[in-house]
Design a protein around this ligand. Sequence first.
Ligand SMILES: [Zn+2]
Length: 114
Amino acid sequence: MDKAPTFKTGPDREAVFKPVRKRPPTPEEDREHHRFLCRAAWKRCRLQKLKRSPMCERCRKAGDPRVPAVDVHHVIEVRDAPGLAYDLANLESLCKRCHGRETRTRQRMESRRG
Ligand SMILES: [Zn+2]
């Protein structure tokens, strides 16, 4: 009855979960990402993820399952795999600290490869 809305993607999701290019986003990609984050559909998807997984997944893996998650992170970025933007399997619930660390790591990787 109260089936949760699904955010499914196409049949070839295996194909999208593969290494992707890494480079800093262009200003246009940044703007597009910002627009994405403002979308109501994303806000719903994000809330659904936090409801299912309210604790930080990284802290849990590191041994502390009691850190509340506040951010939802795309494992594969939206610009690299738009089809996975609303796929719960591509989302990670993170606390502020873990999300900040993830963002810094990614930026470092991107600027190194340039
Ligand atoms: Zn954490």
